[in-house]
Design a protein around this ligand. Structure first.
Ligand code: HEM
Length: 303
């Protein structure tokens, strides 16, 4: 039986490393064998893998619901689209150095068909906080609700247990955030930083007012597994939202971007996305990535 890549369901790890990869122009013959080699190497727990719409199309395959990210029409803010063919999330509880070594080994393994185009180290801050100090992930579905939110079911072998991820690297201007006093900061997020209690009187521009999952019709639930990042003096949040499709994320993002009512999320007062992409995270079977959906026109890859 195929299951969700376990790293998606698990709590955010102490250390992470994200890689985006592009297909090499001369990759044709090597794409399939390289993906098979990746599938044999990846367990879905220590490394989570996502495939972009252009890669799936290139293999003459189809994954219902997979598409490329683009900013919602009428967005009042800049939402860059930075698609890649392959996305890797390396996870570790103990050692960012080990993640660097694993990312180098995976880059070598993928080199016949893919070039690494972006790489970012990330980490868990305190007990799972954004670098502003606010707890992140509180309203994530848990237990059975979490599994139902992230794992596709009822679509058949090769698709069931798959998931979809929306990825956005946000860059913070913390000095700008620091200029607001604490009550203002709390109102911008919609929760009190000190005890994480949701504010009754938060303005419509507060982040949790914009994104309240039960306020959408239909309800828009996602499972967020975002990780803070630092590069020199730059920092921010590497946002990831997993679900059985992209509709929930798109509804939230459109509202954050002021599409519905002209009100832009207060997050944009001190942070902005510098990337944006969508990926399909295939299921795992017997401890390896289940890529049969990609290869069914060409026979199943050898075990
Ligand atoms: C700079 C980037 C972001 C930061 C710092 C951030 C931070 C937070 C914080 C502190 C919370 C409250 C606690 C919680 O429930 O997790 C929250 C909630 C939430 N955020 Fe974000 N977030 C960011 C970007 C996004 C984006 C891009 C989306 C989706 C498009 C999003 C969707 C949500 C959702 C769905 C909730 C829960 C709302 C609810 O149901 O109450 N966030 N975020």
């Amino acid at each position: 039986m195929s299951t969700i890549q376990a790293g998606i369901a698990a709590r955010v790890p102490a250390h992470g490393r994200y890689l985006s990869l592009a297909l090499r122009p001369d990759a044709d013959a090597a794409v399939r064998t390289t993906l098979q080699a990746l599938a044999a190497e990846v367990d879905g727990l220590h490394t989570v893998v996502g495939l972009g719409a252009t890669l799936v199309a290139r293999l003459d395959a189809a994954v219902p619901g997979l598409r490329s990210f683009s900013a919602p029409p009428a967005s009042r803010v800049d939402l860059p689209a930075t698609p890649a063919e392959l996305w890797l999330w390396l996870r570790s509880e103990d050692d960012p150095g080990a993640l660097l070594q694993r990312s180098r080994a995976l880059a070598r393994l993928l080199a016949p068909a893919f070039d690494v185009t972006h790489e970012l180290a990330a980490f868990r801050h305190q007990d799972g906080r954004d670098l502003t100090g606010y707890e992140d992930g509180t309203e994530n579905p848990t237990g059975r609700d979490m599994v139902d939110t992230i794992g596709v079911q009822g679509q058949g072998p090769g698709l069931d247990g798959g998931s979809f991820v929306a990825v956005q690297q946000w860059e913070h201007a913390l000095e700008r955030f620091d200029r607001f006093d604490r009550p203002t900061q709390d109102r911008m997020i919609g929760r009190r930083r000190d005890d994480n209690v949701e504010l009754d009187d938060a303005p419509p521009s507060a982040h949790v007012q914009r994104t309240a999952q039960e306020s959408f019709s239909p309800e828009a639930f996602v499972v967020r597994r975002s990780m803070p990042w630092i590069e020199g003096a730059r920092c921010g949040l590497h946002f990831t939202a997993f679900a059985t499709g992209f509709d929930a994320f798109e509804a939230q993002l459109a509202r954050m971007a002021g599409v519905e009512d002209g009100v832009v999320d207060d997050l944009f007062r001190f942070s902005q996305p510098v990337s944006g992409a969508y990926y399909w995270c295939p299921p795992v079977q017997a401890g390896r990535l289940d890529l049969r959906r990609l290869f069914q026109n060409q026979g199943h890859p050898p075990a």
